[in-house]
Design a protein around this ligand. Structure first.
Ligand SMILES: CC(C)(COP(=O)(O)OP(=O)(O)OC[C@H]1O[C@@H](n2cnc3c(N)ncnc32)[C@H](O)[C@@H]1OP(=O)(O)O)[C@@H](O)C(=O)NCCC(=O)NCCS
Length: 213
């Protein structure tokens, strides 16, 4: 039996979520069926790319919320704040979510992954890691032992979050950034691409550079 999915977001993150589904269907045939993508204001280029994947744009989110009653939602949007807003709208409509873990991701022992999380190809997650709901871990990111990624965080491609780090709710870790061990990245903070974080990051703060400031 297949699970119907509606992907929210026609942009890169949404189409990367579709790629995870395609890989999962290769590993476990007919596991999921993507019935379409919803996006309130898709760019023309994104719609063309979606068409090349053979996946229809159903319309705005409100269309998805009232169609395909059995379908589950995947929020394919990298920005944590936007993802949180969309999540709230979907939850308020009593619709549910699916967690997608790419078959080429490697998960250590004693790892928990929350509802609606997306784990991309090439991600390596060490032992004792807690990943909460609606977290995105993008391609090739490394998550160290005993680290906690709070709800709605995004870890971008190739980032390294070392061991025993706590990333607060809705924080964003940029591409190729490194967060050293035992640190806290505060709620809603942004770590710039290629930064090296060597101390705690306060809530709602942007840091960048090496060392990150
Ligand atoms: C750090 C970041 C959040 C800053 O964004 P911003 O506030 O819009 O900053 P701006 O682009 O206006 O740049 C401000 C200054 O910071 C510098 N800067 C921007 N990003 C930087 C980075 N990652 N590392 C070092 N310096 C950076 C700019 O060169 C500019 O310097 P200047 O004032 O000397 O001219 C952003 O550039 C970034 O790195 N975001 C993460 C992107 C990413 O990883 N996306 C994932 C894609 S898959």
């Amino acid at each position: 039996m297949t699970t119907e999915l509606i992907v929210v977001g026609a942009g890169g993150a949404g189409r990367e979520a579709i790629d995870i589904v395609t890989a999962l269907n290769k590993a476990h045939p007919s596991c999921f069926t993507v019935v379409g993508v919803v996006d309130d204001g898709p760019r023309a280029a994104h719609l063309e790319r979606l068409e090349r994947l053979g996946v229809p744009h159903l319309g705005a989110l409100k269309v998805g919320l009232t169609s395909f009653p059995a379908a589950r939602f995947v929020v394919g949007v990298a920005d944590p704040a936007v993802r949180h807003r969309l999540y709230a709208q979907i939850s308020a409509a009593s619709r549910s979510f699916t967690t997608l873990i790419h078959p080429d991701a490697a998960l250590g022992s004693d790892v928990t992954i929350g509802d609606g999380a997306l784990i991309a190809a090439g991600v390596r997650i060490s032992t004792g890691v807690r990943i909460d709901e609606q977290v995105h871990v993008a391609a090739g990111a490394l998550i160290g032992h005993d680290t906690h990624l709070s709800g709605f965080t995004t870890v971008s491609p190739g980032a390294i979050v070392s061991g025993e780090v706590t990333v607060g709710p809705g924080a964003f870790v940029g591409a190729g950034a490194v967060v050293l061990q035992n640190l806290r990245v505060g709620m809603g903070s942004v770590v710039g691409a290629a930064a090296c974080v060597v101390g705690d990051v306060a809530a709602s703060t942007t840091v960048k550079g090496v060392p990150a400031r």
